[in-house]
Design a protein around this ligand. Structure first.
Ligand SMILES: Cc1cc2nc3c(=O)[nH]c(=O)nc-3n(C[C@H](O)[C@H](O)[C@H](O)COP(=O)(O)O)c2cc1C
Length: 371
């Protein structure tokens, strides 16, 4: 894609020997469900490919199985509940056709496999024979992380990535799989969750009990916390996944300790050009802040995430950037902010301000800050 590498920043990353042109990868899901969708992602500027999870049998998927939530237009959607399971395409078709189509992109291709130790060690060597460069395994339905990792390590010699569920004790799982794997992918969807259509009283999804698994912006804070815990616990690359929609989301993951990110929900909601858009935004942000490589950003936040709490002074306001819109006044539960647009007045009462930080997060103009 043009425009991805024009600035000073170098977006190329190498993870467990796999070389990616940029750190934005596909994630296992409907946008990686076959060779053509993976080629489509490549055309949209993705840095590397992760295919939909395959297992020994095809999945029998409930319908409907996806429902976006959040207010209004698609850009304001916060996430998706899904009940999609693993690939509906047989392993034979993946081996005969789909991986070859994806490999024709020239990008590194990681296959996702599930679920038991016996199942993954039966299919992974056949996948690697087709030229696939790495294996990610999902523990979504089983949880025997170390046993699966060991079975894979004994059956293939390409890089192995463990994809972790946010419901697990992620630090313990990372430690348990560390001897067998080359990297960790965090996180899978969060759930089970539920949504009800109040016009019909029925669930939106056609799955058992109407339950689904949550992805998208809503789970990004969970994913970031997991990435930090893993990055602190083991010394292997971490790939962050969960709610990456913009370049700034990805930067947050790099600062948390990730070497790359995977994107699923944003690609469902916005289409295949979202990968290139995110890569371009990463590049622009890095140029603006004079970072030269993803490695320079990786883990920058970790020293600030220490045990214990810090007492911070009230926020400062940049009166030139402030438009007196009053959003901060509205969300100040301590009534410490007074704004009057007509009189061009802005005041923070340092007696009543509790330093909670809410105003900083709601200001659309970055006019408020806490040192
Ligand atoms: C419809 C859908 C299907 C998914 N299928 C898989 C899958 O087959 N295997 C897997 O490991 N993760 C699967 N995921 C999880 C995503 O790969 C990803 O971990 C999760 O959605 C969080 O990333 P996101 O917020 O960018 O979507 C799926 C997610 C969605 C929304």
């Amino acid at each position: 894609m043009r425009g991805l590498q024009q600035g000073m920043a170098d977006l190329k990353v190498e993870i467990a020997g796999l070389k990616f042109r940029n750190p934005v990868l596909t994630a296992a899901g409907p946008t990686s469900r076959n060779g053509m969708t993976l080629l489509n992602a490549a055309a949209g500027g993705v840095g590397g490919l992760v295919a939909k999870t395959v297992s020994v049998t095809r999945a029998d998927v409930p319908k409907p199985n996806m429902s976006a939530f959040g207010s209004g237009r698609v850009e304001s959607k916060r996430g998706i509940l899904n009940a999609e399971l693993w690939s509906e395409i047989s392993i034979e078709q993946w081996l005969e056709k789909e991986y070859a189509i994806a490999l024709s992109s020239g990008l590194p291709l990681i296959a996702s496999v599930g679920y038991t130790p016996d199942e993954v060690s039966a299919i992974a060597p056949r996948i690697v024979e087709k030229g696939v460069h790495g294996i990610e395994f999902s523990t979504h339905y089983v949880g025997e992380h170390a046993e699966i990792a060991k079975a894979l390590r004994e059956s293939v010699d390409v890089p192995i990535f463990a994809k972790i569920s946010p419901k697990a004790d992620v630090a313990s799982v990372a430690k348990a799989v560390e001897p067998f794997i080359d990297g960790i992918v965090a996180i899978n969807t969060y759930g089970p969750c539920l949504r009800i259509d109040i016009e019909t009283g029925k669930p939106f999804l056609g799955s058992e009990y109407g339950e689904g698994w949550m992805s998208g912006s809503a789970i990004k804070p969970i994913a970031l916390r997991c990435v930090v815990e893993i990055a602190r616990t083991i010394n292997k690359p971490v790939i962050g996944v969960g709610g990456v929609t913009t370049g700034k989301d990805a930067i947050e993951f790099f600062m948390a300790g990730a070497s790359a990110v995977e994107v699923c929900t944003a690609a469902i909601l916005e289409g295949n050009t979202v990968y290139g858009k995110i890569a371009k935004e990463i590049n622009e942000w890095m140029d603006m802040h004079e970072y030269k490589s993803i490695e320079d950003l990786r883990g920058l936040a970790l020293p600030h995430l220490a045990k214990g709490v810090s007492l911070r002074p009230p926020p400062k306001v940049d009166l030139d950037a402030c438009t007196r819109c009053g959003l901060c006044e509205k969300s100040c539960v301590y009534h410490a902010i007074t704004v009057n647009k007509a009189e061009d007045f802005f005041e923070i009462n340092s007696e009543t301000c509790e330093g909670c930080g809410m105003c900083v997060s709601v200001c659309p103009y970055n006019a408020l800050s806490i040192e």
